[in-house]
Design a protein around this ligand. Structure first.
Ligand code: AMP
Ligand code: MG
Length: 355
C-alpha cells in the first residue's frame, strides 16, 4: 500500500482524509507544531494501528485532538477552572492539558493511565479535518518512534510511506517542536514537556507551575516517568550528538581542538564567520537559526537533524541553545537527541578532552 498524498488546500481532499479516519484508517495531518499521525480516539483498533505504524512503545500515551474546549471537556472526568483559563488563553494552540479521563477514549490512548491528554490545535487544516471527521483524533507525532519529529509532509513519507493510508500536505509547520504538555491531574500544575507555550506564559495564567525533573534530566534507575514519553531516547538522528555549551568563539575553538572527533557541526548563524575562518572548506556546517532566535531554532531543528541522516553523519557537535524562555523546548529536544551528552567550552584555548 502506497501512502496517498492529499492537499490540505483542496476541500475534497480534506473530506477524503476525514472519511479514511472515520473508517478506522490512519491519516497524517499538519499542525502548527509538527505533523501528527491521527486515528479515531474512540476506536481501539484504529488507535492500535498508530502504535504499530510508529513502532511506539505501548506504555507511551497519545494526545487527543479536538476542535474546541467543550469537546475537550467531554473527554475529561472534570474540567476545572484552571483548565478553562488555559483553554481561553492558549486554545487553539500548542498546549496540551492532562486531566483525569472520563473513560470515553479507547483505553490504549491513555496507555493504562487514568488521565487523558487534550489539545485544540491551531492549524486551519487540522481544525478543518477535526470538524469534517466529527470524531476526536488521537495523534502523536507522525514519525517512526525515536526519530526526529516531522515538520513537513516529505518527512512523514520518509518514515511512514506504505504504513499509513494518507498524509494531508499543509506545507511546513510554523512552530516546529511539539506542544507544551502541562498536567492538571496532580496536586498542583506541572510542566511535563516544554513547547510553543512557555513556562512563564503558563505561570502568568496559573500562578505557580512546577517543572518535572525529566524536562532537563534523565530519569534515575527505577524512577517512574510522569510523562512516559520522556523516558525514551527521542528525536535522535543516526549520528551521535554532543552538545557544546559556550560562546561562538569557545564553540569554534572546541570544534577545532577535536576536529578528528566529528564529521559535522550544527551551529548558529553567528558561528559561521569564526568557523569558516578556522575549519577546512569541506567541513559540514549546518545552521539552525540565530543564537538569539529560539523560534527559528525550533522551526529548523528537526529538519536539520534529518539532514544529518541524509548526509550520513556519524558524530556531530551541536552548539547548545539557551534554555531560557522559548529556548527550553529546543534545549529539551536536543538533550534527548544527544542522550544528555553535554560539554562546556569555557575558553577560546584548545580543550584537551573529547567525550
Ligand atoms: P507525541 O504525541 O509523540 O508528541 O507524544 C505525546 C507526549 O505526551 C508523550 O511525551 C506522552 O508521554 C505525553 N502524554 C500523553 N498522554 C499523557 C498522559 N495521560 N499523561 C502524561 N503524559 C502524557
Ligand atoms: Mg513524538
Amino acid at each position: 500500500m502506497q501512502t496517498l498524498r492529499l492537499s490540505a488546500a483542496i476541500p475534497s481532499d480534506l473530506d477524503r482524509a476525514a472519511a479514511l479516519l472515520r473508517a478506522g484508517e490512519l491519516a497524517a495531518l499538519p499542525t502548527e507544531t509538527v505533523y501528527g499521525l491521527a486515528a479515531n480516539a474512540l476506536d481501539g483498533d484504529a488507535v492500535a494501528k498508530i502504535f504499530t505504524a510508529k513502532g511506539r512503545p505501548q506504555d507511551n500515551p497519545l494526545i487527543v485532538h479536538v476542535p474546541g474546549a467543550a469537546d475537550a471537556a467531554a473527554l475529561a472526568a472534570d474540567f476545572p477552572p484552571e483548565a478553562q483559563r488555559l483553554a481561553d488563553v492558549f486554545w487553539p494552540g500548542p498546549l496540551t492539558i492532562i486531566l483525569p479521563s472520563s473513560g470515553m477514549v479507547a483505553p490504549a490512548v491513555s496507555a493504562g493511565l487514568p488521565t487523558v491528554a487534550l489539545r485544540v490545535p491551531a492549524h486551519p487544516a487540522a481544525l478543518a479535518l477535526l470538524q469534517a471527521a466529527g470524531i476526536p483524533l488521537a495523534a502523536p507525532s507522525a514519525n517512526r518512534s525515536g526519530s526526529p519529529s516531522p515538520t513537513a509532509a516529505a518527512h512523514v513519507l520518509a518514515d511512514l510511506d506504505g504504513r499509513i493510508a494518507t498524509v494531508l500536505d499543509g506545507g511546513p509547520c510554523g512552530i516546529g517542536v511539539e506542544s507544551t504538555v502541562v498536567s492538571l491531574a496532580g496536586e498542583s500544575p506541572c510542566l511535563l514537556r516544554p513547547g510553543g507555550v512557555t513556562l512563564a506564559q503558563l505561570r502568568d495564567v496559573l500562578g505557580d507551575v512546577t517543572v518535572s525533573p525529566s524536562v532537563t534530566a534523565p530519569l534515575e534507575n527505577g524512577e517512574t516517568a510522569a510523562s512516559p514519553g520522556m523516558k525514551y531516547r527521542h528525536y535522535a538522528p543516526e549520528a551521535s550528538l554532543t552538545l557544546v555549551r559556550g560562546s561562538a568563539a569557545a564553540f569554534a575553538a572546541y570544534a577545532v581542538s577535536c576536529a578528528a572527533g566529528w564529521d559535522g557541526l550544527l551551529c548558529f548563524d553567528e558561528d559561521l564567520f569564526c568557523l569558516r575562518a578556522l575549519l577546512p572548506k569541506r567541513s559540514v556546517l549546518l545552521t539552525y537559526g540565530s543564537e538569539t532566535d529560539p523560534a527559528a531554532q525550533a522551526r529548523l531543528l528537526f529538519a536539520r537533524l534529518r539532514e544529518m541522516d541524509a548526509l550520513g553523519l556519524r558524530r556531530a557537535l551541536v552548539h547548545c541553545p539557551s534554555a531560557d524562555g522559548a529556548g527550553l523546548a529546543v534545549y529539551n529536544r536536543l538533550l534527548r537527541a544527544a542522550s544528555f551528552r553535554v560539554v562546556e567550552a569555557t575558553s577560546c584555548f584548545p580543550v584537551s578532552r573529547f567525550p
